[in-house]
Design a binder for this molecule. Structure first.
Ligand code: CUK
Ligand code: CUA
Ligand code: CA
Length: 655
């Protein structure tokens, strides 16, 4: 299926042809295969030692050996707190993880799209209401696939209010409130599949002249026919992808923008005017060979003000039963740059991550199948939108060759970029301004400053505060797959790793290997003082809170039974309660303990109920009392010397 071969017909400008050394499709597939087989066969000694030195994967690694590191410098001694939080996506576990850096301590796993019996996520009524349910009350989806975690911003830096994370499988976005570090809202995006990249606006409405609202943008990776209801399943003309915009407070889907090609990762500009995405499937291919057909794909820019004006002016359509306004951002619908909603900048073959430099000037798009990174000047993108010139490719100000398999780029705020090289198993440090000078024709300049081996296949790489204008240039994390010999073996499924790299000096230094559960994708590193959490819940937050142990009771209305219950170490408010077989039971449990960290568990054997209530928190569960008998309801969370004795008897009378 190829409905748009416009891109493949584009002739790269001549200056470029000599510089860019593309690998042909067959070579690339072979190369990717070789990289993987190294990762997968670690048993043989010679391969192992080759892998350990970082050599033997790409035939000639040029990384400097990491010079003497005094590891103690980065130690966080017992009792001391770390300098940073790291918020990481948990990949296809569907969760978000919280680590401390530089120690690498695991602090928390935040269940989001997954079901988690440690906390009761997906088991309690409150969490099910957030996740969405079938009419019978069961969760609508049990699976999730998180990739990109980003924080909410005020004027270019984190405000500590929210995290946003995508779900690639079911096309959802979740919000995590950072005061409790729990998911408080999930929105399902209509009309899309493969919701991958996500990035919030970096500004709040700080300028009264411009009506900025904080939005989150999401990129659709997979083409689907519209509407996707069984018609047009094999009609290429009906397939397309869209950018989606969600309001960060309302969590409503505000608009969508139809495009040519697909979307992948998202970046937003610091001035709130632009969002962009790399496009690896401008071919509109359905097989990987088709997706690799063109020598160039694109980085597409969205003019947010124009899109929102078009929506306001009613220049949109809707799809199927969805009411979300969809504007047309295809090239055919936008012939004039001066009114265009989108700008498609050609970049080499199947690019991956796009990242915004902290000075707000450039977006950097990594080549993936091209050994290059493309530096796009945002001022020139604006100039193109103003009609200043015709060819969007003229917004490119540099395209340095940096190594094989470039994926994601982090920044130190000193003008340097750090890009993960999946196939070279390295991080390359390069100078952005030098790459621009080189591109202008100064052949004496070499933008490459340093390389360091990582172990072994890096995906995302990111720096401390690196997605903000308050970037501090201290640490880089390389999140790696294929860690094989780096940790004690745990069977065929290996842990993944986050390797901590000190980037303060001229040379990068590998400081630590932190193991992670599979499979981390993107993360952000946030200064600890930007995060202010609450240590206990607010009793009044839940409308059904049972505020006094004296209020514990069983209320019956026909077959509907509500059990009002409290917990206070080492007892539940009712030592026993009786219900009848066939009852529709709701148990509301408030933890009346006020002591910090005094969490109680609540488990009912055979009824598959297990959740915790934190101090002053209320949660509820509903179930059908379908099994007569005696069930010891017990506290699962160690809370008191009499924790084992903290029980209540649920008597289900035979009907
Ligand atoms: S994608 Cu995983 S390495 Cu989902 Cu962010 Cu680039
Ligand atoms: Cu309450 Cu253990
Ligand atoms: Ca492509």
């Amino acid at each position: 299926m190829t409905s748009n071969d416009e891109t493949s017909k584009e002739t790269p400008n001549l200056q470029d042809v000599s510089r860019r050394k593309f690998l042909n499709t067959a070579a690339l597939v072979g190369l990717a295969g070789a990289g993987l087989s190294v990762g997968l066969t670690s048993c043989k000694n010679e391969e192992k030692s080759a892998a350990l030195t970082g050599a033997g994967k790409t035939g000639g690694s040029t990384a400097s050996a990491s010079s003497a590191v005094t590891y103690g410098e980065f130690e966080v001694p017992p009792g001391q707190l770390d300098e940073y939080y790291e918020f990481s996506s948990g990949g296809h576990s569907g969760e978000v993880r919280v680590y401390a850096l530089p120690s690498g301590r695991t602090l928390k796993r935040i269940p989001v799209f997954n079901i988690d019996c440690e906390s009761g996520w997906g088991i309690t009524n409150e969490s099910k209401a957030i996740m969405g349910t079938h009419p019978d009350g069961s969760p609508k989806y049990k699976t999730g696939d998180t990739h990109h975690v980003h924080g909410s911003y005020t004027d270019g830096t984190y405000n500590g209010k929210y995290l946003f994370v995508n779900d690639k499988i079911h096309g959802r976005m979740a919000r995590i409130r950072l005061d409790y570090m729990v998911c408080d809202k999930i929105v399902e995006i209509p009309n899309v599949q493969g919701t991958h990249g996500i990035f919030p606006d970096k500004r709040d409405p700080v300028d009264p002249k411009i009506n900025y609202t904080t939005r989150v943008f999401l990129g659709q990776e997979f083409h689907i026919p519209q509407p996707n209801d069984g018609r047009d399943e094999n009609d290429p003309k009906k397939y397309y992808c869209m950018l989606t915009c969600v309001g960060s407070e309302s969590m409503d889907v505000l608009w969508q923008c139809k495009i040519d090609g697909n979307l992948d990762l998202i970046a937003t500009s610091y001035d709130g005017t632009l969002a962009a995405s790399n496009q690896y499937n401008t071919e509109n291919g359905v097989t990987y060979e088709e997706m690799m057909a063109a020598e160039r794909d694109a980085c597409v820019f969205f003019n947010i003000a124009r899109i929102e004006a078009a929506v306001k002016a009613g220049k949109y359509f809707t799809i199927g039963t969805s009411k979300v306004p969809v504007v047309d951002g295809t090239k055919a619908a936008n012939p004039d740059p001066k009114t265009s909603l989108t700008c498609y900048v050609p970049v080499p073959k199947n690019p991956h991550g796009v990242n915004a430099t902290p000075d707000g000037k450039y977006f950097i798009c990594a080549g993936k199948l091209s050994p290059t990174a493309t530096v796009i000047d945002l001022a020139l993108v604006h100039k193109w939108f103003d009609g200043g010139f015709k060819d969007p490719r003229d917004t490119v100000v540099a395209e340095p060759e940096i190594g094989l398999g470039p994926l994601h780029t982090g920044f130190d705020g000193r003008g340097n970029a750090y890009t993960t090289l999946f196939l070279d198993s390295q991080i390359v440090k390069w100078d952005i301004e030098k790459s621009i000078a080189q591109f202008k024709g100064n052949s004496k300049v070499d933008p490459i400053l340093d390389r360091i081996d990582v172990h072994y296949q890096p995906g995302h790489g990111f720096t401390s505060m690196g997605e903000t204008k308050d970037v501090d240039g201290k640490f880089f994390i390389s999140d790696n797959k294929f860690t094989k010999d780096r940790f004690l073996p745990v069977g065929p499924r290996h842990p993944d790793s986050g390797q901590l790299i000190d980037i303060r000096g001229d040379k990068m230094r590998l400081i630590a290997d932190h193991s992670t559960h599979p499979e981390p994708h993107d993360a952000i590193i946030v200064k600890r003082d930007l995060i202010r959490t609450k240590q206990i819940n607010d009793l009044n937050e839940h409308p059904l809170a049972v505020k006094d142990a004296k209020d514990c009771r069983v209320v019956r209305s026909g077959k509907k039974v509500t059990v009002h219950l409290t917990s206070q170490a080492p007892a539940f408010g009712l030592r026993e309660f009786t219900i009848k077989q066939g009852d529709d039971v709701t148990i509301i449990l408030t933890n009346l303990d006020k002591v910090e960290d005094l969490t109680h568990g609540f488990a009912i054997p055979k009824y598959d109920i297990n959740f915790v209530v934190n101090p002053q928190q209320t949660k509820s569960v509903s179930f059908k009392a379908d099994k007569p008998g005696v069930y010891w309801v017990y506290c699962t969370n160690f809370c008191h010397a009499l924790h084992l004795e903290m029980r209540s008897r649920m008597l289900v009378e035979k009907a």
